[in-house]
Write a new protein. Structure first.
Length: 688
């Protein structure tokens, strides 16, 4: 099949040193929570990207030696030859679909507390490790440096033996020894590896050259380099030294993989970097300084933006981590002229949270991500229907939409009834809050496909009650009726309703999203939820001119957003908008004109003036329909209803990712008698 212009440009092969990428789609290294512990899951996930058309598929960072290990994070390992077979699974899975396999070798230096190996961390100069461990790294002496170079060379040889086509040296995200040597703030050496820029780049030059010597006959050598740390004069920057660094190394690697640092900037969420290609202003100069191909990222999901990058000489290869997670088949869909079927990344970083929490990667948009091996799920294929039965899905939020879509893909005839005038549920409502517009993509993708499916009927403005459901008599009913934020303050911290709530106007996130806002004045947002919503609502109210205080019983603001790389940015933004932040305080009582707060440690109280209170605490499942229907099994069977189940927030309120997942799971398990015998395969330690 020939690809239509202008997108044919994206399917041109690109020569990278001794290897050739079959097209310009390049899955850059990304962490995933499988790593060295779950190689089968890892191989199946990477293989899926190759099947979906990514011409190059890379590993996550792969530790080259036990002096660099960041347990309990589960990264790759290539410490010795015993690691090779697990990597073989990965390269075989990638090669099976004609893609190239890349490996990102890493030595984390200052960033590696070595909690398992218990070997002293190493760095250019002695300093505390950059985790919170009470531990310091020692300065590397010249013997350490010789060893460090040898470990890279040996790891590269093992990578070649494992079948990799591209071997990386890594100086990005502030996470690697090579980068630490370049950073003045981490390198105070007085020998030939410190001082002048040339000296600070020496180790990188040696490592890239030695990897080339070792494996360059058949493997390309890539260099991943952060061109800007967004720290101004404190860090490496385009305005400062990184142009010179690129100049010094220009033709040495076979491929430049360039980005901004740290990880929170490179993988910025859509809330903080809404525009596709947001790294261009930093990375664009690199191509003018080297004849070697350049790959870069920017949450690219639109083929026009990709073509523009190549045409304008910004990038040769379109790098993607998150867009390849949200849609492993993105390249294939462009190739096959199915652009409308692309499942666009929403930039929420739920994928990152999996890595942070040391569990297999998950994704809001792609519920099959991380489930390729253990459940055998495929992002584009699902088992055909097991009967000609019809199904009714009540509620068109993320969970109902996903369930209806997958049932429809299986070939079931599905009726989707939504009470309001639009599909999307919370993905639509939340998309109207500051910075969250891309959340609507959860709805857009599903709604777009559902509307093309012959077997699916959608009814808007159709709030169903139990009588109408019984009257319709669909044999199978899925209730995706969502949840509602509590108005009484109960949640994690308070197990009984707050006292005195009648004394102040009280709002919930549902009110705010419905456009019902406090009249102005002093508003307290009480956040006992700890994810993004409390902070977003505080931001919205500050934008409308309220004098906002965010109170939380947690130790810090929007605590869970640490796992999505957003917390620092959220706090900065709230402070910039003059939101007062009060942590470790609970509401003891609501007073006329204010709140009595209590310290969560000592119980000491203080009063805070307020004209209105927004409670972001917990949600109640909207399961009244379920309770009334399931209470009358005789009426159900008389109506011909064989199965009735709750999905999404109606079952267990959680993230949008969770609701999509539960909708998908229900559709996968539908009419499968054995769904609960072996929930999923497990990678188990074998006792030899
Ligand atoms: P989830 O995240 O689980 O998908 P949402 O709250 O986002 O849940 O979506 C629930 C959707 O269900 C909303 O769009 C809401 O309007 C709709 N809904 C709730 N109750 C009914 C009902 N009885 N009949 C039809 N639609 C309903
Ligand atoms: Fe994108 Fe969110 Fe999926 Fe990550 S979890 S790939 S940010 S949609």
């Amino acid at each position: 099949m020939t690809v239509k212009p202008p997108y044919d440009l994206l399917f041109e092969p690109v020569r990278i040193g001794p290897v050739t990428a079959p097209n310009r789609f390049f899955q850059v290294p990304h962490c995933n929570g499988f790593g060295h512990l779950r190689p089968r899951g890892l191989a199946a996930m990477r293989g899926m990207k190759a099947e979906g058309g990514w011409g190059v598929v890379c590993t996550e960072e792969v530790e080259i030696h036990p002096t660099s290990e960041i347990s309990p994070a589960i990264e790759g390992r290539i410490w010795d030859d015993r690691d090779i077979p697990a990597h073989r699974l990965v390269t075989d899975a990638i090669h099976a679909h004609g893609a190239l396999a890349g490996i990102e070798l890493v030595h984390n230096g200052l960033h590696a507390p070595n909690r398992i190996s218990r070997l002293p961390p190493m760095a250019p100069s002695a300093a505390p490790v950059d985790s919170s461990d009470p531990l310091q790294a020692r300065a590397m002496d010249l013997t350490d440096i010789r060893n460090f170079r040898r470990w890279h060379r040996e790891a590269a040889l093992r990578a070649k033996a494992a079948g990799y086509d591209i071997v990386y040296a890594y100086a990005a995200h502030g996470m690697s020894t090579l980068m630490h040597f370049m950073q003045l703030r981490h390198n105070q050496r007085c020998d030939e590896y410190g001082g002048s820029l040339e000296n600070r780049v020496r180790l990188t030059r040696e490592v890239i050259s030695e990897i080339k010597d070792a494996v360059g006959d058949s493997c390309a050598v890539a260099f991943r380099f952060a061109v800007d740390e967004l720290l101004g004069e404190e860090g490496l920057s385009v305005e400062g030294e990184t142009r010179d660094i690129v100049g010094l190394l220009a033709e040495l690697p076979d491929l430049w993989d360039v980005n901004v640092s740290g990880w929170a900037n490179d993988s910025a969420t859509a809330r903080f970097e809404p525009v596709e290609g947001y790294q261009e202003s930093y990375t664009a100069f690199v191509k003018s300084m080297t004849s070697k191909p350049v790959v870069g990222v920017g949450r690219f999901t639109s083929p026009d933006a990709m073509v523009s990058q190549v045409r304008r000489g910004v990038l040769d290869l379109i790098g993607a981590a998150r867009p390849s997670i949200a849609d492993p088949f993105l390249p294939a869909k462009i190739r096959d002229d199915r652009i409308e079927a692309i499942r666009e990344c929403i930039g929420c970083n739920i994928c990152v949270s999996g890595d942070y929490l040391n569990v297999p990667i998950r994704c809001t948009q792609n519920p099959t991500m991380g489930e390729e091996w253990r459940r055998g799920w495929h992002p584009e294929k699902i088992a055909p229907k097991a009967s000609d039965d019809r199904a009714l899905v009540v509620g068109g939020g993320p969970s109902g939409l996903e369930c209806a879509l997958q049932l429809g893909q299986r070939g079931y005839r599905v009726t989707l009834a939504e009470g309001s005038s639009a599909l999307g549920g919370r993905s639509l409502l939340e998309s109207r809050l500051p910075g969250l517009s891309s959340t609507a993509r959860v709805k857009d993708y599903r709604e777009g496909l559902l509307k093309t499916m012959a077997g699916v009927e959608i009814y808007l403005e159709s709030p169903l009650d139990s009588d109408s459901i019984l009257e319709f008599g669909f044999p199978h009913v899925f209730l995706a009726t969502g949840s509602a934020w509590r108005r009484d303050g109960t949640g994690r911290e308070n197990h009984r309703p707050l006292r005195g709530l009648e004394r102040l106007p009280v709002f919930t996130p549902d009110d705010i999203m419905a456009g019902k806002l406090p009249a102005g004045g002093r508003v307290t947002v009480f956040d006992d939820d700890h994810y993004y919503l409390g902070g977003v609502i505080a931001e919205k109210l500050a934008d409308t001119g309220c004098d906002v205080t965010l109170v939380t019983p947690a130790l810090t603001v929007s605590a869970w957003t640490d796992f999505t790389l957003e917390q620092d940015k959220i706090i900065t933004r709230l402070l910039e908008k003059n939101v007062e932040l009060t942590v470790r305080r609970n509401i003891a009582e609501v007073l006329p004109g204010g709140l009595r707060l209590a310290c969560t440690h000592t119980g000491r109280t203080e009063d805070l003036e307020a004209d209105a209170l927004v409670l972001v605490t917990a949600r109640d499942a909207n399961d009244a329909l379920y309770r009334s229907l399931s209470a009358e099994p005789d009426r159900l069977s008389a109506a011909g209803i064989q199965s009735l189940q709750r999905i999404g927030d109606c079952l267990a309120p959680g993230t949008i990712a969770n609701a999509v997942y539960l909708g998908h799971l229900a559709a996968q398990n539908f009419q499968d008698e054995d769904w609960d015998t072996a929930l999923f395969r497990r990678e188990m330690t074998a006792l030899a």
